[in-house]
Design a protein around this ligand. Structure first.
Ligand code: CP3
Length: 345
């Protein structure tokens, strides 16, 4: 029997009268119940590695808002940690990692077969969620895409322009390619294990794809995503893949086919009208309400949410923000977005 879950129907190419909806970073600091559970865990990484608490924060936005999908609570930087890098979060500043910048750093990384030792609590979180989620809610697993993960492994932190990664690419392409290949293999193993534990969809976050241009975009945004998607489809036929090459701009066009993904997630750097004409022809799209509306709310939010819904109404669409919700957002605005998206046209 075909699935009744609305997200899976949209991913299979169905045009629905009301688009299913979830939100990037829906489990996060804008929710008081998230902050309370994180305090109980002690810190962000302990929250990620404590399955009962990670499952709890994943479920919180489902209970409060009834989203159509839950996204596993974890972080894209757990994979570098599983490959042997040190990882910590500086309060108010973001992630810090030990770095990979030479062939010998690359040689010191742990083999891909070892990553499950570190990541097994994440799989346990997925198993808990597969049991506890309401039957209509889809469980989405995720990983960072190789380029984005590499930018953090090379710089040891977030960077505004991904300068250190571009520099390594220019100076030592063999080491850079070796790092991309290692992350690609680790991501296949990690996402496969999430699917085996119960993830029904997986999403690849390529947050910094927009700083790749020309052939580099082909080689380091498209090619690794294509390889990961093909490997997952071979091992787990029927499990949909969402690719999110944030900042791709005009290069969003044709990406369903280029990557082999079931859905392309759009940021708000492209208009919904343009994306409906140029990207949605290739398959399901996800997005792309600008996330600052979750802070400002009001009439502007209602109008913008209706405009996104209307623009994509002629094809398969999963409603979402263009990027993650920010800690200063008001939960009441999230409810207003959901009510607007679900109102009869
Ligand atoms: O979307 C979800 O709700 C699922 C969980 C999730 C988190 N991070 C939890 C998180 C997902 C999918 C991510 C992805 C992620 N992590 C990305 C790609 C998506 C994007 O936002 O572009 C990146 C680049 C990271 C790396 C990362 N993790 C950074 C740069 C930071 C610090 C920035 C910040 O918002 O503080 C994190 C921390 C992080 N990951 C938090 C959450 C809820 C905040 C940590 C806290 O509770 O203090």
């Amino acid at each position: 029997m075909p699935s009744q879950k609305t997200i899976l129907r949209a991913l299979a190419g169905e045009t629905l009268p009301v688009p299913p909806i979830w939100m990037m970073r829906q489990a996060g600091r804008y929710l008081p119940e998230y902050r309370a559970t994180r305090d109980m865990a002690g810190d962000f990484l302990s929250l990620c590695y404590t399955p009962e608490l990670a499952a709890e924060v994943t479920l919180q936005p489902i209970r409060r808002f009834g989203f159509d999908a839950a996204i596993l609570f974890a972080d894209i930087l757990l994979v570098p940690q599983a490959l042997g890098l040190d990882l910590w979060f500086e309060t108010g500043e973001g992630p810090r990692l030990s770095t990979v910048t030479t062939a010998s750093d690359l040689a010191e990384l742990r083999p891909v077969s070892d990553i499950h030792q570190t990541l097994s609590p994440v799989y346990e979180t997925v198993r808990i969620l597969a049991r506890e989620l309401p039957p209509e809610t889809t469980l989405i697993g995720f990983a960072g895409a190789p380029w984005t993960v590499a930018t953090y492994m090379i710089a040891g932190r977030g960077t505004p322009d991904q300068g250190p990664a571009h520099a390594l690419l220019a100076q030592d392409r063999a080491t850079f390619q070796g790092l991309i290949d290692r992350i690609t293999e680790a991501t296949i193993a990690y996402l496969s294990a999430q699917i085996e534990a119960g993830a029904e969809v997986v999403k690849l976050f390529d947050s910094w794809a927009g700083s790749l241009t020309g052939r580099d975009f082909d080689d380091f945004a498209i090619a690794p995503a294509r390889k990961i998607t093909a490997a997952l489809k071979a091992r787990h036929p029927g499990v949909p893949v969402i690719a999110f090459p944030r900042g791709a701009g005009e290069r969003f066009e044709g990406l369903h086919a280029a990557i082999g993904a079931d859905c392309i997630a759009l940021d708000d750097g492209v208009s919904a009208e343009w994306a409906a004409a140029h990207v949605q022809r290739g398959g399901c799209v996800q997005g792309n309400l600008a996330s600052p509306h979750m802070v400002t709310g009001g009439k502007a939010l209602i109008e913008a949410a209706r405009a996104v819904r209307l623009a994509f109404a002629g094809g398969p669409h999963i409603f979402n923000l263009g990027h993650g919700i920010t800690p200063d957002a008001d939960p009441a605005n999230v409810q207003l977005m959901i009510d607007t998206v679900r109102e009869p046209l």
